[in-house]
Design a protein around this ligand. Structure first.
Ligand code: PMP
Length: 296
């Protein structure tokens, strides 16, 4: 996957730089300790140009993540959004994945927060992260980070060490993706996406205490409510998945990703016939609507 080429421009601390020439610090807390926060955002092509989906919610979350980790963020949501539109324009991107990273480049091998942070925003064209085929998921031997050890509502770079190891472990056993539990043994989420299952015309999804409460997750819940589809945020035991009619993941990179099977259990409903497919169609319409037209 080529994320950039010789024409790619990136935003870095107020400057537009060529991606191929950009450098960073090798003695930084971000590199050594994963001390940084980031966002994953998508823009969608529309007749009036690229439209960033829920830019405000994403950049508010970036600010929130930064505050949680004591990383200063001197940019407003409006500034961040304006920079991102310019980035898309400069790179002639319309359907794009956008990756802002607020990190600390200054040499500092200590464990105290730094007074200054650096902002990088890059974008590239990226298809659905988990692809379109039905996923075969497995229960991970890894748990999600303990909310008493990490601010799990922050999208912090270091948390993704858990995601990478869990995903790789599942793939080594021949599965497409992992499903992780929380410390109490309830279903939490996938390494980079939230989990939903359908049972008897209702949607069930884990409560927010042990997950990143995804913007796509919240959007899907709202879209379901608009259609009077009951959604229950509840504690789900992994065995209960073996009684579900269908299931899917949600995330900015993954969008809505259908799950075909969990361990040896194949979901009886085909994705096309499931609530996930109905809501995915609604989602694809919503992301191309001008914000003032979006009722959610
Ligand atoms: N959980 C985790 C751990 C994630 O990394 C993501 C991706 N940001 C999500 C859930 C989904 O969040 P969103 O819908 O806001 O992209």
């Amino acid at each position: 996957m080529a994320y950039f080429d010789e024409n790619t421009l990136i935003y870095h601390d107020g400057q537009w730089l060529e991606a191929t020439a950009a450098v960073t610090g090798l003695y930084s807390q971000s590199l050594h300790y994963g001390y940084a926060v980031f966002e994953g955002i998508r823009a969608y092509a529309t007749e009036s140009g690229p439209l960033i989906f829920k830019a405000e919610a994403h950049y508010r979350r970036l600010q929130h993540s930064a505050a949680r980790l004591h990383i200063p963020c001197k940019y407003s949501v409006e500034e961040l959004t304006a920079i991102t539109y310019t980035l898309l324009e400069k790179n002639k991107l319309s359907d794009a994945y956008i990756r802002p990273l607020l990190y600390v480049r200054m040499p500092n091998m200590g464990l105290k927060p730094s007074a200054e942070a650096n902002l990088l925003i890059v974008a590239w064209q990226w298809g659905k992260y988990l692809g379109d085929k039905l996923l075969h998921m497995t229960l991970s031997p890894y748990e999600r980070p303990n909310p008493k050890a990490f601010h799990i509502d922050a999208k912090a770079s270091g948390h993704y060490v858990n995601s990478i190891t869990a995903s790789f472990e599942a793939q080594q056993r021949g599965f497409d993706e992992a499903l992780l539990l929380d410390a109490q043994g309830f279903v939490a989420e996938a390494p980079g996406a939230n989990f939903f299952m359908e049972k008897d015309g209702r949607l069930l999804t884990p409560t927010t205490d042990n997950i990143l409460n995804g913007i796509t997750r919240q959007t899907i819940i709202e879209l379901a409510q608009q259609r009077n589809i009951p959604v229950e945020e509840c504690r789900i035991r992994p065995e209960e998945i073996l009684q579900a009619d269908s299931a899917f993941l949600t995330g900015t990179a993954a969008e809505i990703a259908p799950i075909g099977a969990f361990e040896n259990y194949t979901f009886p409903k085909s994705f096309d016939q499931s609530l996930g497919a109905v809501l995915y169609a609604d989602f694809l319409q919503l992301v191309r609507q001008q914000p003032q037209m979006q009722t959610i």
